[in-house]
Design a protein around this ligand. Structure first.
Ligand SMILES: [Ca+2]
Ligand SMILES: [Ca+2]
Length: 237
């Protein structure tokens, strides 16, 4: 059981790694193909190939680990009992729960947790469950159950992350995007909106390139100095 918990903890780190790295687009495009006329061009190519292969394997391992953790979220830690609320914290019996930060609590939720037929904010859904018997799954962290599911319904990836808003000049350094020193993780896909306002829907990175040097407002979740953005200039990611 101990081993299993350890593996799942590593897997949770992998979920974060996947969330952050998968969308950062691991690559070593900043490494040039030097050629000094002594066959070093081939050497470079082999090094780059080996590096890319290693990075790819790391990514695949992290993805597999994330899959295992997602499959096992219901068999990790759990609390069962009456839900109550006191001084800003939800509890099951005497165990405090972490159900997300203020932004998340005010967010309209994906499931009708309290079964009243309405999709409400997380806060209202949880309030609708106060006094009722609930099963909360998640992962214990310093005596708090960081919730992943309520009554079998997925709530969130059980990570303590805080929503923040930053303003500043968008910079591009070695292929990565930064605002005010924070690394902005950009999904590796076609943009759903025209962020740079050039009338064309491009890849997310091309949209970002169109904003480099401009003042931008970004909000999202901060994870280890990286921001997983939810909005850029008020436009959803
Ligand atoms: Ca509801
Ligand atoms: Ca565009």
């Amino acid at each position: 059981m101990k081993m299993k918990r350890y593996i799942l903890a590593v897997g949770l780190a992998a979920i974060i790694a996947v969330a952050v790295l998968a969308q950062a687009g691991i690559g070593i495009k900043s490494i040039g193909y030097g050629d000094d006329g002594n066959g070093n061009h081939e050497k470079w190519k082999r090094m780059v190939y080996r590096h890319e292969k290693m990075e790819h394997m790391k990514m695949m391992r992290a993805r597999n680990m994330a899959r295992i953790v997602h499959r096992n979220l219901l068999s990790m830690d759990r609390e069962e009992g009456a839900l109550y609320y006191s001084n800003g914290i939800f509890y099951v019996d005497d165990t405090p729960l972490y159900v997300g930060d203020t932004w998340w609590l005010n967010h309209t939720i994906r499931s009708d947790y309290d079964g009243d037929g309405n999709y409400e904010t997380v806060w209202n859904e949880l309030n609708g469950l106060i006094g009722s018997h609930v099963v909360v799954n998640g992962i214990y962290k310093n005596g708090t159950l960081v919730a992943s599911h309520i009554n079998g319904m997925f709530l969130r990836i059980p990570i303590m992350a805080t929503f923040i808003t930053i303003n500043g000049t968008l910079e591009k350094i070695n292929g990565s995007y930064f605002v005010d020193g924070y690394h902005i993780i950009i999904p590796n896909r076609i943009a759903r909106s025209d962020y740079d306002g050039d009338g064309v829907l491009e890849r997310m990175r091309v949209e970002m390139d169109g904003l480099v040097g401009q003042e931008v407002k970004i909000d999202g979740y901060i994870l280890n100095e990286n921001i997983k953005p939810l909005h850029i200039n008020g436009i959803a990611i």
